[in-house]
Design a protein around this ligand. Structure first.
Ligand SMILES: Cc1cc2nc3c(=O)[nH]c(=O)nc-3n(C[C@H](O)[C@H](O)[C@H](O)COP(=O)(O)OP(=O)(O)OC[C@H]3O[C@@H](n4cnc5c(N)ncnc54)[C@H](O)[C@@H]3O)c2cc1C
Length: 289
């Protein structure tokens, strides 16, 4: 196995162009598991851990640019107030050791339907910045996932960063697992309220071949919420929202749960996260439940 260790981003892009089959490795928390279990035996590993700019973040106006190699621990500590939904999801990833090594770029590279970073990115309409020696492009996150563990990267491209707007309203994330921690999700749900646009964003995980939004549920709820008056949430609205979220899924039966259970859990998570988020939106206003 050849092991390439570029010191600069330019060298990394040139290495990927010269070796399109090379497997990038960031935290290694997915790649090394696959190698250890002999599920993957790459001829070339492209180590990205020496490239400083991959582990930085910056904000320009209303765009936060998060380097693909920023570990979850730093994302939680440094960006928890700007992207709370992503931070809540990041806190549920693995254990402290996995959160110290694992990165958002690696989560996107694996493109697992159960990746916990994906639903909050969908709820906030994030864009994935990818780059090759040919240039840079931004891919809307909803177009990034192309199938089970497949993404829209070309063979010579690497993920450089995630572009996401800092929260302008409450965000929530909920995960059902077979135990409380260190668990692959049975299913997940993320919600983001965008009050200035009077719009709701959603993201479903482990509920379809790819992470996806619940578009009909978003449209329904955006029209039903009393954004300016902040009236309490009606039970019928929360229930219908949950039903529409469940309908947007196309889950399977597997070792972690049945499709029926996943649909049920999604409806419950959608109602709960909505009530938490709406309560937060209304906080300080007595009449809001
Ligand atoms: C014990 C354990 C618990 C876990 N728990 C969770 C969990 O709760 N939730 C969850 O979502 N995941 C979990 N994971 C999976 C894993 O930790 C995450 O998917 C993590 O985000 C992967 O990041 P990484 O940097 O380690 O990726 P790596 O393993 O380095 O890479 C993962 C994939 O992304 C590609 N890649 C990495 N960086 C780039 C880049 N810049 N450009 C292009 N491709 C790239 C690699 O080639 C590979 O295909 C767990 C893993 C373990 C071992």
């Amino acid at each position: 196995m050849e092991f390439l260790r570029p010191a600069t981003w330019r060298e990394a892009l040139e290495a990927k162009a010269a070796h399109p089959d090379a497997t990038p490795i960031a935290g290694g928390t997915d790649v090394m598991v696959e190698i250890n279990f002999d599920h993957r035996r790459p001829d070339v590993l492209l180590d990205l851990t020496r490239i400083p700019e991959l582990t930085t973040w910056s904000q320009d106006g209303d765009v936060l640019r998060i380097g693909a190699g920023l570990p979850y621990t730093r994302l939680i500590e440094e960006l928890g107030d700007r992207v709370p939904g992503l931070a809540i999801a990041s806190r549920t990833v693995g254990s402290p050791q996995i959160r110290n090594r694992g990165t958002l770029g690696g989560n996107l590279g694996s493109a697992s339907p159960a990746g916990d970073g994906h639903p909050p990115l969908l709820a906030s309409d994030a864009q994935i910045e990818v780059e090759s020696v040919r240039g840079t492009r931004l891919i809307p996150v909803a177009e990034f996932f192309t199938g089970v563990k497949r993404n829209a990267l070309a063979a010579d491209e690497l993920i450089s960063a995630v572009h996401i707007a800092p929260a302008t309203g409450p965000q929530q994330f909920s995960k059902v697992g077979t135990r409380n921690a260190m668990v692959i999700a049975v299913c997940t749900f993320a919600i983001a309220l965008h009050p200035e646009q009077q719009r709701v964003g959603t993201g479903l995980g482990s509920a379809a071949p790819t992470p996806r939004r619940a578009l009909e549920a978003e449209e329904f709820l955006s029209a039903e919420l009393d954004w300016a008056g902040r009236r309490p949430l009606e039970d019928s609205v929360a229930r219908r929202f949950g039903e529409l979220v469940a309908q947007a899924s196309s889950p399977i039966d597997d070792v972690r749960g049945t499709a029926d259970y996943r649909r049920h859990a999604l409806a419950v998570m959608a109602r709960r996260t909505l009530s938490w988020a709406w309560h937060e939106h209304c906080s300080g206003r007595q009449e809001c439940a």
